[in-house]
Design a protein around this ligand. Structure first.
Ligand code: CAA
Length: 296
């Protein structure tokens, strides 16, 4: 298992670490440039927690994993790096048992002006999550609120512990959702329920979130991470090319009308026939054996 706890945040450097370097020891320094500076301060990256599965763990426990600017930048950089790493086929993002993430960092935002917020444009880091081509699963326990709920919704699937709580409570602090809450929640659970949550700030229990189709499954707290990793591992045994094409097509359903979506799906289906994975997958079926997908 590779642990990249202490690396620099520039993309090039991270990429080099993953490609060429052996694991770093806790408390050590970066053997790539010999610096002790630890810019991945709030995010733990485990590249091969399972074969072809990477795990990102948000680590700001004292602040309920509130998403400050640095942490969001780290998530953005890590996802970009993992998306370009051929060894990785699926990604899990998690927090701790008490909090997946309790929203954007209120303390960091509280004294900002509208122009500060506009110039900082902190929610643009969410765009990278959406741009990630590999499947991302959120493993949620405890609070997933505000930006934390939006982060979970930007992922492709959500596995929750029975203690998970989802909500958009921004209204209680005098603002409103700003990282996709009004749009993604409406598409996931419909207008009436979204209005209720956004206008009252009420939290959904894990069971309610499951009933409303916001999440994939609810499991006992001691199993949520294991289940999310097992789901990621199952996906990582499929053709990486087919997985990407399918993810693109499903996401297109939210962004276009039916006819264009069907057209997009068909083109991606035909494109899959340009891959070695298609040849191997169909051949293996006929020969009654397990396919060996290479992502080519
Ligand atoms: N930002 C900054 N700090 C936060 C935080 C946040 N979003 N959420 C929790 N914390 C901090 C608390 O301030 C507290 O710090 P101190 O010990 O220094 O006082 C620590 O985490 C523990 O929190 P609580 O003592 O409040 O713990 P609790 O168990 O009583 O309550 C909670 C937990 C229900 C999550 C509560 O902390 C809470 O309501 N947090 C804010 C939730 C929220 O409003 N999120 C939306 C933020 S705005 C946003 O996300 C905009 C967007 O669309 C992206």
């Amino acid at each position: 298992m590779f642990m990249y706890k202490e690396v620099h945040s520039t993309f090039t450097h991270l990429f080099s670490m993953v490609k060429r370097l052996p694991p770093l020891k806790k408390g050590g320094f970066c053997i790539y440039c010999r610096s002790k500076k630890n810019t991945m301060e709030f995010l733990l990256i485990e590249k091969a927690i399972k074969p072809h599965v990477a795990l990102l763990t948000i680590n700001r426990p004292k602040d309920m994993n509130a998403l400050n600017l640095q942490l969001m930048g780290e998530i953005r950089d890590a996802l970009k790096m993992l998306d370009e790493d051929d060894e990785v086929r699926a990604i899990v993002i998690t927090g701790n048992e008490k909090a997946f993430a309790a929203g954007a960092d209120i303390k960091q935002m509280s004294d900002k002006s509208a122009i500060d917020m506009y110039l900082i444009d902190q929610f643009s880091t969410w765009d990278q999550i959406k741009k990630t081509r590999k499947p991302i699963i959120a493993a949620v326990s405890g609070f997933a609120l505000g930006g934390g709920c939006e982060l979970a919704m930007t992922c492709d699937m959500v596995v929750a512990s029975e203690t998970a709580r989802f909500g958009q409570p921004e209204i209680k602090i005098g603002v409103m959702p700003g990282a996709g809450g009004t749009q993604r929640l409406t598409r996931a659970i419909g207008k009436a329920k979204t209005m209720e949550l956004v206008l009252t700030g009420r939290f959904l229990s894990a069971e309610e979130a499951l009933d409303y189709h916001l999440i994939n499954k609810v499991v006992p707290v001691e199993l949520y991470l294991e289940e999310a990793l097992a789901l990621a591992e199952e996906i990582s045994t499929m053709s990486p090319i087919g997985t990407r094409l399918a993810k693109e097509a499903v996401n297109r359903a939210f962004e276009t009308h039916l006819e264009e979506g069907l057209h997009f799906e068909r083109k991606n289906f035909y494109l899959a026939f340009a891959s070695e994975d298609q040849t191997e997958g169909m051949k293996a079926f006929i020969e009654k054996r397990k396919p060996e997908f290479k992502g080519k």
